[in-house]
Design a binder for this molecule. Structure first.
Ligand code: NDP
Length: 336
């Protein structure tokens, strides 16, 4: 059983030596337990927070503990009445080949659902985050302009496509020409701007000639600075993530933007609301019904960036925080 432990806490960007690959015997299930073999491991930006000991909304991983993470796993052996070998489940086994479970928190996956890995993406936590943040907090109306950053990623790609389904004009922000081309040509966004371009703020303003009514915040930093002057009266800003800050080792240099932000919120009556998707799971069925319908009808596309081999998880995760992934980042740890 290979497993990745947190070896040390990163200072700034994570490095490979923050992780330790350990070999241990494959455990055997006791009465009431199942043995799970990881098939897919989801890699998500929130894991950077778990590696740190700064206070957060969830407990951090202790040094020497297995890195946490959502997984799709196959039941290898079962001493649990509800599970039999071969069942595919959604679990939270973390960065390891095998894990034991008492069945709590496991969800059986329906083979008819299409790709099992979608349970970690468009039909799982990131898709659900996009749906709730956009519809519940953003409340987009037909004809409005919706802007989303990390626009080709797991959350952003779904936000933009749902906004299109609701009749909005959608402007994506992404890193590089290939991602922007994909957002427009494949995802159907009206425009997509490269945040690495020197004149990014000017390009964004030109693409949002009627201002911005909903800004779905995934990034923060320089991207938010370009968005803020464009926010319209009564704009809504669901604050989902601030990935540009996750590797920050201290406060950013430069001018203090806080007074400008507060002034803008006040005079433009802007609603900015943070959210954590955990709080919404009572509404998962509502999401699942809509999203599985849209997928079946071909109305939502979802790109995955699948990396083979558990041993590649640290490097792939480090890349996620630098924009190296193109689509939902998933490790294929075993055969489906
Ligand atoms: P993505 O698939 O979008 O991957 C992360 C992307 O972020 C990268 O590909 C890159 O895209 C972009 N990025 C990374 N660093 C920077 C930077 N410094 N400046 C600008 N862009 C950057 O990840 P997810 O869809 O899983 O997550 C998107 C956001 O949603 C994250 O902030 C995450 O923390 C948040 N989230 C929040 C949840 C909640 O409950 N509130 C739940 C799930 C996710 P590009 O190359 O296009 O810049």
């Amino acid at each position: 059983n290979r497993r990745f432990l947190l070896a040390s806490r990163p200072h700034g960007a994570p490095t490979p030596d923050n992780f330790k690959l350990e070999q241990s015997p494959v455990p055997a299930p006791a009465a009431g337990q199942v043995l799970l073999r990881t098939v897919y491991l989801s890699l998500d930006p929130y894991m950077r927070g778990r590696m740190s000991d700064a206070p957060s909304y969830a407990a951090h991983v202790e040094i020497g503990e297995v890195m946490v993470g959502g997984t799709v796993a196959r039941v290898e052996a079962s001493e649990h009445a509800d599970y039999k070998p071969g069942d595919l489940v959604l679990s939270y086994s973390g960065w390891q080949d095998y894990a034991l479970s008492d069945g709590k928190g496991l969800t059986k996956l329906d083979a008819k659902l299409g790709k099992p890995s979608y349970a970690l993406g468009v039909l799982g936590m990131p898709g659900f985050t996009a749906y709730m943040g956009l519809l519940d907090i953003g409340q987009p109306q037909a004809g409005e302009t919706v802007v989303v950053a990390a626009a080709t990623g797991a959350v952003g790609s779904v936000v933009g496509q749902i906004a299109k389904l609701k009749g909005c004009r959608v402007v994506g922000i992404a890193g590089g020409a290939d991602k922007c081309k994909y957002a427009v040509e494949e995802l159907g966004f009206d425009a997509c701007i490269d945040h690495r371009a020197a004149d990014f703020p000017q390009q964004l303003a030109a693409a949002c000639d009627k201002g911005i009514d909903v800004y779905f915040e995934n990034v923060g930093g320089a991207v938010f600075n370009a968005v803020l002057p464009l926010l319209n009266l009564r704009a809504r800003v669901p604050v989902c993530g601030l990935i540009a800050n996750y590797n920050a080792a201290g406060k950013p240099e430069g001018p203090d933007h806080l007074p400008g932000l507060m002034g803008k919120l006040l005079v433009r009556r802007i609603k900015m609301q943070g959210f954590i998707i955990f709080d919404y799971y009572h509404r998962y069925q509502e999401f699942f019904k809509d999203m599985s319908g849209w997928l079946a009808a071909g109305k939502i596309k979802f790109r995955e960036d699948i990396v083979d081999g558990l041993e590649n998880a640290p490097q792939a995760f480090i890349g996620l925080l630098e924009g190296k992934n193109f689509g939902k980042l998933v490790i294929r740890a075993g055969d489906e």
